[in-house]
Write a protein that binds this ligand. Sequence first.
Ligand SMILES: Cc1cc2nc3c(=O)[nH]c(=O)nc-3n(C[C@H](O)[C@H](O)[C@H](O)COP(=O)(O)O)c2cc1C
Length: 448
Amino acid sequence: MTKTARQLHLGAILAGVGTEQNHWRHPDLPGDASVNIDWYIEHARKAEAAKFDHIFIVDSPFITPDTAPHFLNRLEPLTLLSAVAVSTSRIGLVGTLTTSYWEPFNVARQFASLDLISRGRAAWNVVTTGLEGAARNYGREEHFDHALRYRRAKEFVEVVEGLWDSYEDDAFPRDKAAGVFLDKSKQHRLDHKGEFFSVAGPLNIQRSRQGRPVIFQAGDSDDGRGLGAAIADATFAAAADFDSALAYTTDIKSRAAALGRDPDHILVFPGVHLVIADSDEEARAREDARIGKLDFQKSLVELGRFFNYHDFRRYDPDAPFPDVSHLSLNSYKSSAEKVVRLARSENLTLRQTVERVVASRRSAFVGSPKTIADEIERWFTAGAADGFNIRAGEASGFDRFAAEVVPLLQERGLFRRDYEGETLRGHFGLPFPQNRYASARLADQAAE
Ligand SMILES: Cc1cc2nc3c(=O)[nH]c(=O)nc-3n(C[C@H](O)[C@H](O)[C@H](O)COP(=O)(O)O)c2cc1C
């Protein structure tokens, strides 16, 4: 089968012991997976062997005693990915880092370092932190307001990208004979003064062979999508079913086009949970069991996460969904608003609301290897997704996916049989970002 022009992209989410209630109890899963570097290296190598584009590390800086297992005790993304970088050679390395509690100069330096250490495979998943409680880990009483933190995030990313251009690609002749280490005309200060940040620069690290790290973004509200459309090379989407995936992908690409961007240069990766079995019936039965095993009290706590860990266990579960209008909804805004809209529009009790939220976690990718491949092909060819971020690790079906579904996708010409590029930007088929100062000089010379 000849290769289709548009190629599917695959990412592996490495989340150790997992974020779901019972995942960590799987007999094959090491209890310390989330803080065990060997576990991450092993699974990054598995994803690389299956020719995946990247591994993905989620992150957030706030926990409570009720927080999900993986989030309670895990490695910091950039530190973790630097170790994985020297144990792999082709797999992309996506790390999540919030714009709300870091400084642009430091973030620019850290990702540029990972990009050089990995020889051009780094990516930054830009988030603004949905958990309001994080504020108190950084000397603030209140989290940044939702709209403000997204405005701040846009300026933050612009500053980081400006700093990444501090050195033109040929700024360092390192000519020992002539004694010229740096061509000073190719080092540039940024002198940024904005609403939220004032950053002089230059950054003290050169660009990589992919120009600069790839930018991912995750956030589903109107502001979240606006930010993604403006800055992202790729987005991580929470689209649980085909229709919402198609709606999101169509929306984010039309927003990007409206900003003058090429919609093919923003790739959409829905996050998916796979349930693979010999037959569709067996897989569906396993999915029913997974959903059926979820503990109601724990699901109540998980619902609270959208509302900054508001404790819904205090309410009568068989009474109408409680009035939460007193809560700021400044956390996971889009998710919280969706829950309230659902409960109000259908007059649901708290229990019914939890059951609906839990049901929405049913995977759309349940079945035999062929059924999973068919569903992936359906989403991909319909434009509902450019790729998928697949949960990896023991008990995730990842091994079976790599061994049985990937070959089907390769046979259909949808997915690479081997890496062509060596950088993540190359894997994504994205253009090389010219250094802005070098481009300006060329444009001036052309104008002369
Ligand atoms: C698929 C997906 C993955 C996300 N991963 C993270 C993450 O790793 N860390 C984080 O702080 N927020 C993460 N978020 C949360 C978003 O950054 C954002 O805070 C949240 O979706 C609320 O978005 P909204 O405020 O735009 O509604 C993720 C969101 C989505 C949709």
